[in-house]
Write a protein that binds this ligand. Sequence first.
Ligand code: CU
Length: 199
Amino acid sequence: MAPLSATNSDITETYDITIAGNEARLFKWYLSGTTFFSRFEDPTLLSVLNNGTVPSYSGNLMVDLPQMHQWVYIVIQSAIPLPHPIHLHGHDFFILATGSGTYTPGSTLLNLQNPPRRDTANMPAAGFLVVAFETDNPGAWLMHCHVGWHTSMGFALQFIEGKSMVSSTVKDTCALQETCKGWNNWVAETGFQQHDSGV
Ligand SMILES: [Cu+2]
């Protein structure tokens, strides 16, 4: 694995974390105005396999990572005084920094010497968490808060990693196709309706 470095402090994509309720006082989390809502009948991985495209629902909550063996740095922070255990599928990530207040590029100290490796790490209440991973695993990977009801309320996004290589790494596409077909049949029989983000 290439060594970690953090020489570039340019932030290329930003999502604002907010929470809002409707008239019935039902609350959802939003990332830059979109609450994640998956569609079980149109899963990302199946769409990438079938036609090389990503479904457009929750469209701006999909981060495209086409280049392999690049380091991806993610800063999760929120002034809202609630902690969020941030969980990533498809990778362990390195925990580079965490604390209260806000991350300041060039000023907040990053731990690049043997940092802890986890698939979940806590963003403290009204604080920040900086993590990094290397793109070495093509797929569609969720990152979401692991508080069950926050996830249910849409606190999630997807990384689309190495999209052009996904089909060659999903060995058993038959299982995927058959499972999705079975799901659609079951929905048709039962009339199941999705009531939350689906994550
Ligand atoms: Cu949360």
